[in-house]
Design a binder for this molecule. Structure first.
Ligand code: NAI
Length: 337
């Protein structure tokens, strides 16, 4: 089993005397800065002039320019989107780095693909919550934790991993547990889900919709059945409480037999080849190169792909059910089901 650290194994005192800087005050930045402060630290917040900066000021932080925080802090949490990190790093963070500083990332992406290469003597660690920022804050406030992956690159002296673990504890992650991982592992796990698992689910859902509608079923009833009813979410939740396979027992015998007897058919050799391809593109950096090129060109393919999905009959059917969506999404709806 992977090495997992929990609160009792971790000493936050390794952060004593260290100046912690949080760059970015978005999903992760806000949650982590607030949790650090509630854990007794005084993070410096660095942000450009935008609405996120106003939010940080409202929350009581004296926000400084990113460059100033990079100068002053010696443990620097880089919590801005992965796409903008290389440029912001080059122009505003790197000039402020000194030997012994540590850069902390919440994803492995830019270090794994070498889009950011810290200078000699500057450490790179990863504290990657497996949780959206809002929940990182909410769970912390409830005294609960969340899973997290930690790593330290070029840590020959073994000084950086304890800092990563201390940060993981200070933001509340080790109440649940922090797994020792690597920049590579985090990146591959994340991108493989984004490029194989979720697209596979999207495509199967669309096929389900298209086939049923082509066979005379009402699009709005199919849309409701597909996701608006919330059954999808309930099944996912039951996987946590009853187990990935255990939740099958909550379905009828007919359903169990149908699912178990047909699952094997859903992965023909053509699909397996695409699974291999997705893994290859992630590991080799081929996807990263394609995405960098797409961004430089102004994201024309992304706009075209968005246009395509918004024109799909499922999106049109969903629009007709807007009022139903509002009822289902209302706080409290679905509880106790
Ligand atoms: P976000 O999209 O919420 O970031 C917004 C922040 O970035 C704001 O403070 C904004 O001022 C700043 N920003 C945006 N563009 C900028 C630019 N060009 N120059 C300077 N500042 C800029 O980012 P999010 O989602 O919190 O992601 C931060 C890191 O956390 C990423 O590495 C991401 O992979 C990782 N992560 C995010 C999760 C999430 O909850 N979204 C979950 C786990 C990890």
């Amino acid at each position: 089993m992977a090495t997992m650290h929990r609160d009792d194994d971790v000493d936050v005192n390794v952060l004593q005397g260290r100046r912690i800087g949080v760059i970015g005050y978005g999903n992760q930045g806000r949650a982590q800065a607030l949790n650090l402060r509630d854990s007794g630290f005084t993070p410096l917040v660095g942000n450009r002039d935008d609405e996120y900066k106003s939010r940080a000021v409202e929350d009581g932080f004296a926000v400084r320019p990113i460059r100033a925080v990079a100068d002053e802090a010696d443990v620097i949490l880089v919590l801005i989107p992965d796409e903008v990190q290389p440029e912001v790093y080059e122009e505003q963070i790197q000039p402020g780095l000194r030997r012994g500083d540590i850069l902390c990332f919440a994803s492995g992406y830019n270090i794994y693909y070498k889009a950011i290469v810290p200078p000699e003597g500057v450490g790179a660690i990863m504290v990657a919550p497996r949780m959206i920022g809002r929940a990182v804050r909410h769970l912390y406030q409830q005294g609960l934790g969340f899973p997290c992956l930690v790593a330290a690159e070029n840590d020959a002296e073994g000084k950086s991993l304890p800092v990563a673990l201390a940060l993981a504890k200070a933001i509340g992650a080790t109440r649940f547990g922090a797994f020792e991982s690597s920049f590579r592992e985090e990146t591959v796990i994340d991108l493989f889900a984004e490029q194989m698992l979720w697209p596979g689910i999207i495509k199967l859902c669309l096929l389900y919709f298209e086939k049923l509608v082509a066979n005379g079923c009402d699009p709005e009833i199919v849309t409701t059945e597909l996701h608006l009813s919330g059954e999808f979410v309930e099944i996912a939740k039951a996987m946590i409480t009853h187990g990935f396979f255990g939740q099958l027992k909550l379905h009828s015998q007919t359903s169990q037999y149908g699912q178990l007897s047909r699952a094997g058919r859903m992965a023909p050799p053509e699909l397996l080849a695409q699974v291999d391809r997705a893994m290859r593109e992630v590991c080799s950096g081929e996807f990263h190169a394609e995405w960098v090129k797409e961004q430089k060109a102004g994201k024309p393919n992304m706009q075209r792909l968005w246009q395509q999905v918004l024109e799909h009959p499922l999106a049109q059917s969903e629009a007709k059910l807007e009022s139903l969506r509002e009822i289902i999404a209302r706080p409290g709806a679905g509880e106790g089901r």
